[in-house]
Write a protein that binds this ligand. Structure first.
Ligand SMILES: Cc1cc2nc3c(=O)[nH]c(=O)nc-3n(C[C@H](O)[C@H](O)[C@H](O)COP(=O)(O)OP(=O)(O)OC[C@H]3O[C@@H](n4cnc5c(N)ncnc54)[C@H](O)[C@@H]3O)c2cc1C
Length: 192
């Protein structure tokens, strides 16, 4: 942002003055100028910047829909990997939500055992009123890839039942998602 002097083009900054203010279609207050990515200072992640670009083009082409930030995955590329999407349990508490949590260990996952990576877990959070999955965290093997499945579930407001009614391939680390969804109803099938 430094040196850009966007104000000279009449472009407004956000309320913190540290990013270009945009609407959900990534349009600035100047009708023909759009902004995406880190300069908007909404979420400084490459996949957010990329999706904001797609959203801006959709808006320019007159497509409906806009940018939403409820299902943006976060990944920490450590060993083991850590990933989360949607609400954290603390945020559910702050919102006064009636929620349930299911936690399943990778120690009960056949693929994780064959990879010799049994450490870690998945945690799923369900809004009990809507039955929808609203948050998930994964620490363990393939967490950076598995979070995409949870992102798909949360972005499309899937319920725990829609996940348990889906067939997951065996043996895969992805089965922890299936197990955790069962944990929200009849109980995880293979929990150690
Ligand atoms: C160390 C590090 C690690 C990161 N790791 C991850 C990660 O693992 N996953 C993830 O999702 N995100 C990660 N990020 C964040 C990610 O890199 C950014 O969110 C993303 O690059 C933003 O894309 P952008 O196009 O908005 O900005 P940029 O990628 O910064 O692109 C802006 C471009 O504009 C150019 N530019 C600047 N000023 C001018 C000017 N006046 N005139 C012309 N050109 C100009 C710059 O040279 C640059 O090429 C990381 C960032 C850092 C710094």
């Amino acid at each position: 942002m430094e040196g850009l002097e966007v104000e000279r083009a009449g472009i407004q900054l956000n309320e913190r003055g540290r990013g270009i203010a945009v609407n959900e279609h990534m349009r600035t207050n100047v009708e023909h100028i759009y902004a995406i990515g880190d300069v908007t200072n909404i979420m400084q992640l490459a996949h957010v910047a990329s999706h904001q670009g797609i959203t801006a083009i959709d808006g320019i082409l007159g497509e409906s829909g806009g940018m939403h930030y409820t299902a943006i995955p976060n990944v920490i590329f450590t060993s083991p990997e850590i990933a989360s999407v949607g609400l954290l349990e603390d945020e559910c508490k702050q919102q006064g939500m009636d929620y349930s949590v299911s936690k399943v260990s990778f120690a009960s996952n056949g693929k994780a055992l064959t990879m010799n990576e049994p450490e870690g877990f998945i945690k799923l959070i369900r809004d009990n009123r809507s039955q929808k999955i609203v948050g998930g965290s994964i620490i363990g093997p393939d967490a950076s890839s598995l979070i995409s499945t949870l992102t798909l579930a949360i972005a499309n407001e899937l319920t725990e039942q829609q996940i348990t009614h889906t067939v997951f391939a065996h043996p895969t680390t992805g089965e922890v998602i299936h197990e955790a969804a069962f944990g929200l109803s009849i109980g995880a099938l293979h929990q150690a």
